[in-house]
Design a protein around this ligand. Sequence first.
Ligand code: DC
Length: 231
Amino acid sequence: MIVIAIDGPAGSGKSTLAKNLAQALGFVYLDTGAMYRALALKAQRLGIRPDDAERLAQLAESLAVEFRRDASGEQRVYLDGEDVSEAIRTPEVSNLASQISVHKGVRQAMVARQRAIGAQVSGLVAEGRDTTTVVFPNATLKIFLTASPEERARRRQHQLQMQGIEVPYEQVLQEILERDQRDSTRAESPLTEAPDAVRIVNDGWTKEQTLAYALQICRERLGLPAEAPHG
Ligand code: DC
């Protein structure tokens, strides 16, 4: 089994890179953040408070979250059979996901599920905050993807605009800084750079440039053919 694990802060372009790499290499893409987001959405709907560690851990263990491809090949996220791909991307759910993911019981349940998904496939690209350090510590290739907070805030604002959500730049930047702080200082599996990860800082790069650079690293490190298959 080949596992490429990518961690990095919010807005670094992990999801886009992981999705593109998985497609280029014919691997399965695992968006671990989407699992925490789905849990946050469900907790919100049930009125479970973000500090209720016990109920959240129970919920995480029984959470019916699935990834399915639509007709165009786009990966969608389902919660209890409902397509929540857009609903889990609101600023409110982003903040809630960051808050609920601090709990040990929640993380244990999620990590177990993520490993189970990895065990079923021959090639995986996983991304999140702890995929290089906790979920897949023996990953074949580890990447730490990052960019300055200002660049990441600009990207996040653009993404939100694409969804028809208008948020002032200063507010997006503030939320990014708060999430960075919480994700990297929590006691349980904080976002840290694995010592054996390849660090990519992609300020000013397009997603195509980030993909090309990462593919180059994959070829060098994994002995993949010069021209990766597409589709
Ligand atoms: O990658 P993302 O922005 O979709 O993740 C949403 C939140 O989920 C993030 O702020 C922290 C949490 N998360 C986590 O704790 N561990 C992961 N492996 C992925 C996400």
